[in-house]
Design a protein around this ligand. Structure first.
Ligand SMILES: [Zn+2]
Length: 165
C-alpha cells in the first residue's frame, strides 16, 4: 500500500491518496480539486472516503466525484479496512483502519500530540473521551495519518490521552 499526502486549502488539510494493487482511493478531498486531480494522473481512482463533513475536508468532494465518476462511500471493493466510529470532534467523525498495514486515518479525531476540538457544532467532550478509550485498545504500532499536520503512532499518543480528559 502506498500513501501520498497532499496538503490543501487555507486550513492546510491533509488529503491522502491510498494506492493498493493499482487502485487508488482519495481520503478527504478538502479543497484544491485541480491539485488532487493532477496528483491522481496515471492512477485508477475507485473511491473517496470522508472522515467527517467539515468544509475543510469536503470542499472538493463534488468536483472529485464528478471528475472520477465515483460517489462518497464507506466501503470500496479491493480495499480492506475497518470503519471505527470516533465521535467527539463531530458526531459523524470516522476513522479508517487498514489492519494489514496497521495504518489509521483519523481525520480531526486524533493528531500528533493533540486531539480535535470539541467546542464546534456536534462536538462532545464525553464522546471524545469514549472514542479515545476505544482507540486505546488498538495496537501501539499503528501509524496514524491525521487530518492536519504530521503523522504519528498510537503508541506515541496513548500516554497523552489522560491529559485531554
Ligand atoms: Zn474538522
Amino acid at each position: 500500500m502506498q500513501i501520498e499526502r497532499i496538503v490543501v486549502g487555507a486550513l492546510a488539510t491533509n488529503c491522502y491518496l491510498v494506492t493498493c494493487n493499482d487502485k487508488t482511493i482519495i481520503i478527504d478531498p478538502g479543497d484544491e480539486g485541480e491539485k488532487i486531480i493532477a496528483a491522481c494522473e496515471n492512477k485508477k481512482v475507485v473511491g473517496v472516503l470522508i472522515t467527517h463533513h467539515h468544509f475543510d475536508h469536503v470542499t472538493a468532494l463534488k468536483q472529485i466525484e464528478k471528475h472520477f465518476g465515483i460517489k462518497e462511500s464507506t466501503m470500496v471493493p479491493g480495499f480492506d479496512f475497518e470503519i471505527i466510529k470516533t465521535p467527539g470532534h463531530t458526531s459523524d467523525s470516522l476513522s479508517y483502519y487498514f489492519p494489514s498495514e496497521k495504518v489509521l486515518f483519523s481525520g480531526d479525531f486524533l493528531f500528533y500530540h493533540s486531539i480535535g476540538r470539541t467546542d464546534l457544532e456536534t462536538g462532545d467532550d464525553k464522546e471524545m473521551q469514549e472514542s479515545l478509550e476505544k482507540i486505546k485498545t488498538y495496537p501501539d504500532d499503528i501509524t496514524v495519518y491525521p487530518g492536519h499536520g504530521k503523522s504519528t503512532t498510537l503508541g506515541e499518543e496513548k500516554p497523552r490521552f489522560e491529559l485531554y480528559y
